[in-house]
Design a binder for this molecule. Sequence first.
Ligand SMILES: Nc1nc2c(ncn2[C@@H]2O[C@H](COP(=O)(O)OP(=O)(O)O)[C@@H](O)[C@H]2O)c(=O)[nH]1
Ligand SMILES: [Mg+2]
Length: 340
Amino acid sequence: MTQIVDLPDPEQLALRILRRERAAVASGLNLLDNKLAEARNRSARLLAALAGEHWLKDGHLIGITGPPGAGKSSLVAAMIREWRLSGRSVGVLAVDPSSRPELGGGALLGDRIRIKHASYDEGLFIRSLANRNQLGGVANEVWPMSWLMLACFDIVVIETVGVGQTEIDIAEIGDTVCYVAQPASGDTIQYLKSGIIEIPDIFAVNKADLGAAAHKTASEIGRSAPRQDRREDWDYPVCLVSATTHTGITAMLEHCDRHRSFLANAGWLDKLRLRHQRAWVVRLLKEEFGTFGLELLGGRHLIGQRLSENPSHQFAEYERMRKHIFSRFISINQPGSPTT
Ligand SMILES: Nc1nc2c(ncn2[C@@H]2O[C@H](COP(=O)(O)OP(=O)(O)O)[C@@H](O)[C@H]2O)c(=O)[nH]1
Ligand SMILES: [Mg+2]
């Protein structure tokens, strides 16, 4: 059981995270994952201390999703190799229930990387969050964790298992969403045609080493995505890759970079991040205080307005809102209070 004395000082921790100290990153992630009331207070302070302009402009949040077994973890390992070769630091959150050893699932991403990159790498940080892919969505703590990582790594990757609706959640975190399919992915194509899968920014058909089937799937996917859902100025590339033979990885990363530049040049990157932050702050408040808590703050609309007033410090506002709710709770519970 964590004692309050064991919890880190959030402002000190933020400074160390911004200096990219690994131990601080690990301890920050633990704090965000801790459900104790005092840990929640300090988490809010940590996010507020990390926030700033850099969060709206820097780094790249990339969501990698797709069905189990498509080769997401293998592909992420191959991407990491390229990014590290080009000197970019990478943080990974692997939200993958199939990686749980007790289920006999695929190897943990960390294990794969360790096999391939035997030596210790200062510019790579991986946190595996088995079992956080709640049915119908990504667990709430994954989101602040990805922002913490964005404060100190050039690239932040979130790997989630996507089956139908869950892609929508990852689209609410990532700047760029990549969907990984494998050859003969009939389901994926059906989901796409029926609109169950939102069109990802980048499609990757993995296991291209298996030959013609992969090419066929790639061209079917290209044809199946409903055209009316597409933004005219982005080309929604479909890449053929093989994590095993390391084919097509550079091209896929170029598409990732191109998508980021596309968002930044159009002035959408900061708007997208602000919108995501706003939606998740409301989600976190709702998780912690329920609909009643949101009402105490004047309802979703007003909360959204307050957050918009100070765009690069939405988390400071989040912290203020939490304090406000607590003080209201206390005053409501006072004997003789008019609101009881
Ligand atoms: N032939 C082939 N197999 C692959 C490739 N990438 C991954 N795999 C295999 O597919 C299986 C699932 O891979 P994994 O990365 O765990 O998939 P995930 O569940 O989507 O993360 C493993 O047995 C991998 O070795 C590839 O490019 N080609
Ligand atoms: Mg995996």
